[in-house]
Design a protein around this ligand. Sequence first.
Ligand SMILES: NC(=O)c1ccc[n+]([C@@H]2O[C@H](COP(=O)([O-])OP(=O)(O)OC[C@H]3O[C@@H](n4cnc5c(N)ncnc54)[C@H](OP(=O)(O)O)[C@@H]3O)[C@@H](O)[C@H]2O)c1
Length: 255
Amino acid sequence: MMKKLSGKTALVTGGSRGIGRGIALRLAEEGALVAVHYGTNRPAAEHVVQTIEERGGRSFAIGADLDTVAGVTKLVQSLKTELALHAGDSKLDILVNNAGIGTSPTLEETTEETFDKVFAVNVKAPFFLVKQLLPILRDEGRIVNISSGVTRIAYPHIMAYNLTKGAINTFTLHLAQLLGPRGITVNAVLPGIVDTDVNSSWLHTPDGQKHARDMSALGRIGQPSDIADVVAFLAASDSRWVTGQLIDATGGSHL
Ligand SMILES: NC(=O)c1ccc[n+]([C@@H]2O[C@H](COP(=O)([O-])OP(=O)(O)OC[C@H]3O[C@@H](n4cnc5c(N)ncnc54)[C@H](OP(=O)(O)O)[C@@H]3O)[C@@H](O)[C@H]2O)c1
């Protein structure tokens, strides 16, 4: 049977670890050729590529620091070169804006530098990445932005981070309208607490486990695959009539 994403190409930013890793594995399982982007952790990205290949999929890794627009430009250049090599042309079908700094200090402790950095990686980079990818993004393509449940659920101790995800939700709405005439859908997925490195310091304690489980109506902690499955739906043709939407994937947290 033909896989849902056979013949498609995908870029997953921050595909080296956590939720991005889960998304990269899932899209490859559906048949996409997946570009696994990493910031600093090249071995982790190469391990994802190796896992995909061992499972019969196709993938390659590309590194770029997303703190600056120059880093975004480097990512786009590498992507074009690698796509031409692996797919025969430089066209992209699916962009998943996942890379992000997953936390920030309290309002009182936030400096201009930490504020600017979280906005640079979480907002400025996806903005300029989309801008630079528009010429190679295929009509009927897909953009999936990884936002957060903190845009619905108050979590004031990571204020600057929360604002970045509010910006991503707004970006999703307006981009969907802008790209609709090309048949490109743009949606955001809003995870709750997911078991990744960013939460490991507190989540793997008895209190942390209880806190995270109690938040969800489903009574368990989110895993990267819970988010990846939603992204896979949004990346495939089944979701063609869904655009500009914020998909809550918090396991029913704080309903
Ligand atoms: N985990 C959660 O509970 C949760 C909840 C809601 C939303 N989210 C969102 O989901 C996304 C992924 O979160 P996660 O928990 O999976 O994160 P993670 O495990 O900390 O991984 C972050 C990923 O982003 C990349 N990255 C970070 N800073 C970068 C930079 N300056 N330049 C380039 N790449 C950079 C990392 O690359 P390297 O490691 O290679 O440097 C890594 O691949 C984020 O947008 C986050 O805000 C997470």
